[in-house]
Ligand binder design. Structure first.
Ligand code: ZN
Ligand code: ZN
Length: 466
């Protein structure tokens, strides 16, 4: 039976963007049962909060390849099993493990003072004594690239930039470039160390860490990020025109270790059909407790799957993946791809952009599944979600498989405040707004209900006389 209230119909029409409306030949009717599941998640979901609260409290930070990440996998297996999912398992893979030690940055002259610094992933260690050198500053990676090697050799490079908050997170591309590309370039030009302005949009004195990888045959050098207020302070000091000397101490260790993906399933009624993958990443950076990055992601995807399971048995198998070692180089996504990437998947979905409300849905389901993509858009519109492109989806761990051409759906979260906390000590549970978290679960539940095919309600429990 197809039902749709007038209110919902009006909301669908109001929230659909013009481009999407024009592409729609006829109004899309939302299945009443799917609308009810969506609205119940919006009002009542507690599964997502329970996961993000439990994981951040009982495990805390989960740096890739460490004992903490192993504890997180054990926690995940226990929780997913207790929630009633089938075939809960861990698929391990080897990873390089980088761990942080003591770190400090101190201007020795002309105005002695400390700066707030955090080492970037894969930074070389300075050893406890640190390194001391004169700062040479650039406003971008391009400026550093254009500089003669002689200007950089033997110095400590500083790269500044000005990252602004954006809803879609697009400023993280340019804002993250000094972190991603600066260390390799500085090393090749003979720098003894590098500090970059954090890829962040806050004015708190928290440095933002993140991965960088020395490529192109570059010798690893110590590489750190200073907080945004410290970058502004350093700018003012440099403007005074005198040579600035910095002592930088970034102690770290590197070894080999083990990571893994935690996988669980809701078996579909037809096991011959391609599964739907939903997930996020289990590992986090070591400074906060990884609440918005990405405990909330695994929580949202898992809560939605659980709500489908509560409704009965879907036609297609839903596979939940809590990826390991995303932060240090997408190792979990690449391991999954090596094992399963050649097999058909009905859709891939990943949540990895915090816990704030979803504002847009995009998909790459192929030309013959446009109706299905529009039905997802119509089901999400009452949540204030606009329909974007039918030709793209995104996700970190699933990114390589989406690029391979596997189908996917992307539910875009509002990233306006995401980079205030991202990869800092401030990525903690209190940054999650429970109401917005529920809106995420509602959107995921509706999208998943459409993708998973008709859900056959569970038989009502038979009453037994005792
Ligand atoms: Zn993430
Ligand atoms: Zn991250």
């Amino acid at each position: 039976m197809i039902r749709m209230s007038l209110t919902v119909a009006l909301l669908v029409a109001a929230a659909a963007p013009l481009a999407a409306q024009q592409q729609q030949a006829a109004p899309v009717i939302v299945d009443g049962r799917i609308a009810a599941m969506r609205d119940d998640a919006l009002a009542n979901d507690h599964y997502a909060w329970d996961i993000v609260e439990g994981l951040t409290t009982e495990v805390g930070q989960r740096l890739a390849g460490t004992d903490a990440e192993a504890r997180a996998r054990a926690w995940a297996v226990k929780r997913l099993t207790a929630m009633g999912f089938a075939d809960v398992r861990v698929e391990e893979f080897p990873v390089p493990v980088w761990t942080r030690g003591a770190e400090s940055a101190e201007i020795l002259s002309p105005f002695p003072q400390k700066l707030a610094v955090a080492a970037l992933g894969n930074s070389a260690s300075t050893g406890p004594a640190g390194v001391t050198g004169e700062i040479v500053a650039y406003n971008s990676v391009e400026e550093l690239r254009a500089a003669p090697d002689a200007a950089v050799k033997g110095k400590i490079v500083f790269i500044d930039h000005n990252m602004k908050p954006t809803q879609d997170g697009s400023s993280y591309g340019p804002g993250g470039t000094p972190r991603r590309s600066g260390p390799t370039l500085a090393s090749k030009k003979g720098a003894i160390a590098i500090i970059v302005r954090s890829a962040g949009t806050d004015l708190h004195r928290n440095p933002h860490t993140g991965v960088q990888t020395f490529g192109d045959g570059a010798t690893p050098i110590p590489a750190g990020a200073i907080s945004v207020p410290d970058a502004l302070q350093l700018q003012r000091i440099l403007k005074r025109g005198q040579p600035v000397t910095l002592r930088l101490t970034l102690v770290s260790q590197t070894r080999q270790g083990t990571s893994g993906n935690v996988i669980a399933e809701i078996p579909g009624r037809d096991p011959s059909l391609a599964p739907i993958l939903v997930g996020g990443h289990l590992d986090s950076w070591d400074l906060g407790t990884g609440a918005i990055d990405d405990a909330s992601g695994v929580a949202i995807a898992t809560a939605a799957a659980k709500r489908i399971m509560d409704g009965g048995r879907p036609l297609r198998t839903i596979r939940i993946v809590w990826f390991g070692s995303e932060e240090i180089g997408l190792f979990g996504g690449l391991d999954y791809r090596a094992r399963y990437g050649k097999l058909p998947h009905y859709a891939l979905l990943e949540s990895d952009f915090g816990a704030d409300r979803i504002w847009r849905v995009e998909s790459q389901l192929g030309k013959d599944r446009l109706d299905e993509a529009r039905r997802i858009g119509a089901a999400l519109a009452p949540l204030g979600i606009v329909t974007g492109s039918f030709e793209e989806a995104d996700g970190s761990d699933i990114g390589p498989m989406l690029a391979d051409g596997l189908p996917g759906v992307g539910l875009s979260q509002d990233g306006t405040r995401y980079f205030d906390y991202h990869h800092t000590p401030d990525d903690t549970l209190d940054k999650i707004d429970p109401a917005q978290l529920k809106q995420n679960v509602a959107a995921w539940t509706a999208a998943l209900a459409i993708l998973a095919g008709p859900i056959e309600p569970n038989a009502s429990p038979t009453k037994r006389k005792r």
